[in-house]
Design a protein around this ligand. Structure first.
Ligand code: GDP
Ligand code: MG
Length: 177
């Protein structure tokens, strides 16, 4: 390990999950690099991104995994979930089918993920208010039912993106420390 890594108190693995094109890769690039792209290019080469966050006086290195598009074929392998302490479960507020898929994603998270995994439900593309089909209240109710945190975000306008990741990382810190 280099000296940079040695300064970190914790290393957390977290994952992004949810249907294709809900904005997972753009949420991650916004959080890790403050970048957004209008093209829907599949993730090329990059398996994960890092960002260091200070929580409760500790320096946490968050390693956040993105899919390379396997979710389109429902072919995410168990190694993607292995060791993950947190997940951002993402849907698109302008596509009802992505909200309806959440039940299946939650089932998969419980099957392959660790039982104490921190899940944050994220309704992305909140900037597209005119095309919205999933109400804020729908997301909130589901989150309450499933006992997970919830936030609506816009990777495009950079709304709540930081908050969603920080919520997940803070909750991981709380359960592991
Ligand atoms: P992924 O398949 O879940 O990784 O989704 P991507 O990050 O590749 O995004 C799919 C498409 O949605 C791309 O065209 C993005 O530019 C667009 N997109 C992602 N996030 C947002 C957002 O917050 N608002 C809007 N308007 N478009 C978004
Ligand atoms: Mg992607």
């Amino acid at each position: 390990a280099n000296s940079f890594d040695e300064e970190c108190d914790y290393l957390f693995k977290a994952i992004l999950i949810g249907d294709s094109a809900v904005g997972k890769s753009n949420l991650l690039s916004r959080f890790a690099k403050d970048e957004f792209s209008l093209d829907s290019k599949p993730t090329i080469g990059v398996e994960f991104a890092y960002r260091n966050i200070r929580v409760g006086g500790k320096l946490i290195k968050a390693q956040i995994w993105d899919t390379a598009g396997q979710e389109r074929f429902r072919a995410i392998t168990s190694s993607y979930y292995r060791g993950a302490l947190g997940a951002l479960l993402v849907y698109d507020v302008t596509r009802r089918s992505t909200f309806e898929s959440l039940r299946r994603w939650l089932k998969e998270l419980r099957e392959f993920g660790s039982p104490e995994m921190v899940v944050v439900l994220v309704g992305n593309k909140s900037d597209l208010e005119g095309s919205r089909v999933v109400k804020l209240e729908d997301g909130r109710s589901l989150a309450q039912l499933e006992q997970v945190s919830f936030m609506e975000t816009s990777a495009k306008d950079n709304l709540n993106v930081e908050d969603a990741f920080i919520e997940m990382i803070t909750r991981i810190y709380e359960i592991t420390s």
